[in-house]
Each structure stands twice: as structure tokens, then as C-alpha cells.
Write a protein that binds this ligand. Structure first.
Ligand code: ARG
Length: 475
């Protein structure tokens, strides 16, 4: 007996194949394996059956099939689905792909009636339909997973609205910011990713069936009905385009690549922040691993892997877009190569979303370390300059005065606030004691009090708005 899910050896004759009639000699054994896709496209079995049921139902509605034939076909397909899910279906490389495996199994069950299913259909419009059904469902799943992560980011941001850390430019301490504000920057990046996915979904959600191999069909078909049965909002309007283009998959991979680039930036920050040198956060033990040699190590493997996995997703985008380039219309076998990159993109993205969605709520924040790093980094130098501007000093001159003060502080190993009023007045006589308030971290943070700013009150308001935006589709 063939073990479940194994792929059986090829039969002797090409005549055993659904398209074998025109052939005199069997397919070369290597070529058979080389051209087969069942090893990976059997993953589309549920969509293939769903599409076939809709197709048969439509053919019965237009009188191409009898209702009783349609019913037998549907029952047969349902039974095949049960077999596949129970691991009782033997997949055959000789039958090339998921479509011919299922169709052959149907004919083996039903005889003559099974052979009628492929009326007014080609594998070309069939496979395009299967991929669109698959991708549409995956986009919905990925979107829900992304929304879970977005929610976790807002929760953490709200909790850390008052937490101060150095904001960086060039990875040099720049200005004090709220940690919540930083997390909301991640939120914005990922919310745009959700928007991009939703937009991509519109173009995935279109029915190819009815296009046939390329030119449509001579049978009376009702594409609106098939679309309705499969929940497609649109119908591919040109039969050649319906079977030839995979731009919707490329678009999805572009969305995924961009999302992974965002994840890789988040991951990089988590890796840096959890290092001894930064010490800003600690990742839960459950998300880290140790070293087989160095007993002290706790490595941030999860963010590192997410960062690393961005490479393969970007690679899949390149593979798909290059696959499409220069293909003459309409369908070409090249398109069989679309599946593995697409599947791996979906799987990788799903894994990374799950990992981050689980990890983010467990991040513990070392608020004192963050504050200390902000204090030590002259991060309120701009606030000092702004204070001088309010005293009437032109900004460029104020910049030079503060630059000189920073130089003195560095030379003496102290902070700006440790310079005496006399020392500061020697640099600019208009300086008064209020300068010390301007140098205070909390004052500096609270002063950036405008929409999009880092003042803790604004961060809390942004969190509240973020929750509403998260509930609002397309926002
Ligand atoms: N396995 C094929 C694919 O993935 C199905 C369509 C094949 N069509 C054909 N005429 N050879 O694209």
C-alpha cells in the first residue's frame, strides 16, 4: 500500500495521462519528474476542489451538465477531500499536478461522469483560480495575525508612554523620546503594511475561470455565477490576461518583502537594545537560546531569525518578478514556478508574525537604563539651543554656543547641567538659571507637544487613536 501522502512511481505509458491521446511513446522518466508540480501544488487541493465544485455547479445551471451529474461530481470531490485529509490519497508524479491527480481520482470513482468535469475548463484557468483562492484566504489570515501584533504594540506603547530613551540618528544619541512613541513608529510602519495587503487583496479577488486555456470556451457559461459561488468580487475581464499574469502574486510578495524589511528593522533594534551594551530591554527566556560553549550567553535568536528570514522573502519577490518578465501571452509552463516562492513567502511571513506577536507582550523594559543613556548623551543640547532662541539669540549662533558648552563638558567628563551658571554665561551672557529646566529630560520630552510629537500626553492620545484606526479597515 502506498504510504499516505507519498508520490507513487510513474505508469508505463503516456496514454495513461489525461492528455496522453496524442502521444505514441511514454514520457521520459526524468522529464516526468522534472515537469511535475504535485510535490508542492498538492497544497492547493482544497481550493482545487472548491473551484471544481463551483465549476460543475455552474455547468449544471447553464445546462451543460445534468443536475444529477453535477451532484455525483460534487459528492465524488467531497469524498476525495476526505481521503486527502485522512492521508488516504496516493499522489502520483505521473499525473503531474494537483489538478490531474484529483481529476483522475474522480474518474476512477465515478467513471464516465468524472470525465465531464473538465468541460469548458483548462488547467490554465483552473490553476490561476486555485492560487487566487489560496492567496485571498492567506491574506485574510496574515491580516488577522498582523492585527494581533499591532494591538500588542499599542498596549506596550501605552504602558511606556512616560519612559524616556535616547532617540537616535546615525545610531548616535540624538534627542530624548518616549519609548511609547518609538513603538508607535513601528505601529505606523506595520499599519501601512496592513493597508498594502488590503489593497493587494482587491486585485487577487478576481475570477479567472471561464478563460479556458486562453481563448474562453464555446460552451454557454455563467461566469458571474461561478464568481458568486467562489466569493469573487470581480471577474478577470480578458481571457488571455486571466491565465497569463501573476502580477497579483508579485504584488503580494512585494507587500510581504516590505513587511519583512520592517520586521528586520524592528528585529535589529531588539537585538541592539537587549545587548549588554544597551541594556534597554530584556527578552523573555522563552524567546532566547543559550550557547553550547559560553555559559553566560542568552541570545536573541527570535529577532535574529526574523531579520535573517527577510532575505528569503525579498529573494522570492525577485524570483517571481523575474519569472514573469518576457513571457509571451498567454499561459506558459514557467508559471508553474510561481508556487514555491509564493508558499514560502506566506509561511515565512506567518511564522514571523506569530513570533513577534508572541514576543512583543513579553518584552521587559529597563526604564532606568534607558533614562541613564539619555542623560549621558547630551540629548537635550537642542533644547538648550531652543532656549537661547527664545532669549533672542539667532538659532545658528545658539547652535555654536551650545556646541562650545558640549565641548567643555566632554573635556571635563560632565553633563551640560553640571556646568555652572557663570561658566555658561561666559559663553553667552543672556543665559539665566532657567537654562537648567530646559536641560531637564522630562521637560524636553513634554515640550514636543504637537500632533505626531513625543510628549507623553500626545503618545497616549496617539495610542487611543491607534486603537480606533486598528478597528477601521483601510486606515
Ligand atoms: N501545474 C501547472 C501550473 O502550475 C498547471 C497548468 C498547466 N497547464 C498546462 N497546459 N500545462 O501552472
Amino acid at each position: 500500500m502506498t504510504p499516505p501522502d507519498a508520490v507513487s512511481p510513474p505508469p508505463e505509458q503516456a496514454a495513461d495521462k489525461p492528455w496522453g491521446g496524442r502521444f505514441e511513446t511514454p514520457t521520459d522518466v526524468f522529464v516526468e519528474a522534472f515537469t511535475a508540480s504535485v510535490q508542492f501544488d498538492r497544497r492547493l487541493y482544497a481550493q482545487d476542489i472548491q473551484g471544481s465544485i463551483a465549476h460543475a455547479t455552474m455547468l449544471a445551471a447553464t445546462g451543460v451538465l445534468q443536475q444529477s451529474e453535477r451532484d455525483q461530481i460534487v459528492a465524488g470531490l467531497e469524498a476525495i477531500r476526505v481521503d486527502i485529509e485522512a492521508g488516504n490519497f496516493s499522489w502520483s508524479v505521473a499525473l503531474e499536478d494537483v489538478h490531474m491527480n484529483i481529476e483522475s481520482a474522480l474518474t476512477a470513482r465515478l467513471g464516465e461522469v468524472g470525465k465531464k468535469l473538465h468541460t469548458a475548463r483548462s488547467r490554465n484557468d483552473q490553476v490561476a483560480t486555485d492560487i487566487r483562492l489560496y492567496l485571498r484566504a492567506q491574506i485574510d489570515f496574515l491580516t488577522r495575525s498582523l492585527e494581533r501584533l499591532l494591538g500588542a504594540l499599542v498596549d506596550l506603547a501605552e504602558r511606556e508612554a512616560d519612559t524616556i530613551l535616547p532617540g537616535f540618528t546615525h545610531l548616535q544619541a540624538a534627542q530624548p523620546i518616549s519609548f511609547g512613541h518609538h513603538l508607535l513608529a513601528w505601529f505606523e510602519m506595520l499599519l501601512r503594511d496592513r493597508e498594502r495587503l488590503a489593497d493587494c487583496r482587491k486585485r487577487v479577488d478576481s475570477l479567472p475561470l471561464g478563460a479556458g486555456a486562453l481563448a474562453g470556451t464555446t460552451f454557454p457559461i455563467d461566469r458571474e455565477l461561478t464568481a458568486q459561488l467562489l466569493g469573487f468580487t470581480r471577474i478577470c475581464e480578458n481571457s488571455l490576461d486571466a491565465v497569463a499574469d501573476r502580477d497579483f502574486a508579485i504584488e503580494f510578495c512585494a507587500c510581504a518583502a516590505l513587511m519583512m524589511v520592517h520586521f528586520s528593522r524592528m528585529a535589529e533594534e531588539m537585538v541592539l537594545w537587549s545587548s549588554q551594551q544597551f541594556g534597554f530591554i530584556e527578552l523573555a527566556d522563552a524567546f532566547c537560546t543559550g550557547s553550547s560553549m559560553m555559559p553566560q550567553k542568552k541570545n536573541p535568536d527570535v529577532p535574529e531569525l526574523v531579520r535573517g528570514k527577510s532575505g528569503r522573502v525579498v529573494g522570492h519577490l525577485m524570483a517571481l518578478i523575474t519569472l514573469m518578465k518576457s513571457q509571451p501571452l498567454a499561459y506558459n509552463k514557467d508559471n508553474q514556478e510561481d508556487k514555491e516562492p509564493l508558499f514560502d513567502t506566506v509561511d515565512t511571513l506567518a511564522g514571523c508574525l506569530r513570533a513577534f506577536g508572541d514576543l512583543v507582550p513579553t518584552i521587559s523594559v529597563r526604564r532606568e537604563r534607558m533614562r541613564e543613556a539619555t542623560r549621558a548623551g547630551f540629548t537635550t543640547a537642542t533644547d538648550f539651543a531652543d532656549y537661547l532662541v527664545r532669549l533672542g539669540v539667532p538659532f545658528r549662533d545658539a547652535h555654536a554656543v551650545v556646541g562650545a558648552a558640549v565641548r567643555q563638558a566632554i573635556a571635563r567628563g560632565i553633563e551640560l547641567g553640571d556646568l555652572s551658571l557663570e561658566e555658561l554665561q561666559a559663553l553667552e551672557p543672556r543665559i539665566n538659571a532657567e537654562v537648567y529646566a530646559a536641560l531637564d529630560l522630562d521637560t524636553a520630552l513634554a515640550a514636543r507637544d504637537h500632533r505626531g510629537g513625543t510628549a507623553p500626553g500626545r503618545v497616549r492620545a496617539a495610542c487611543a487613536a491607534a486603537r480606533i484606526r486598528l478597528q477601521t479597515v483601510g486606515c
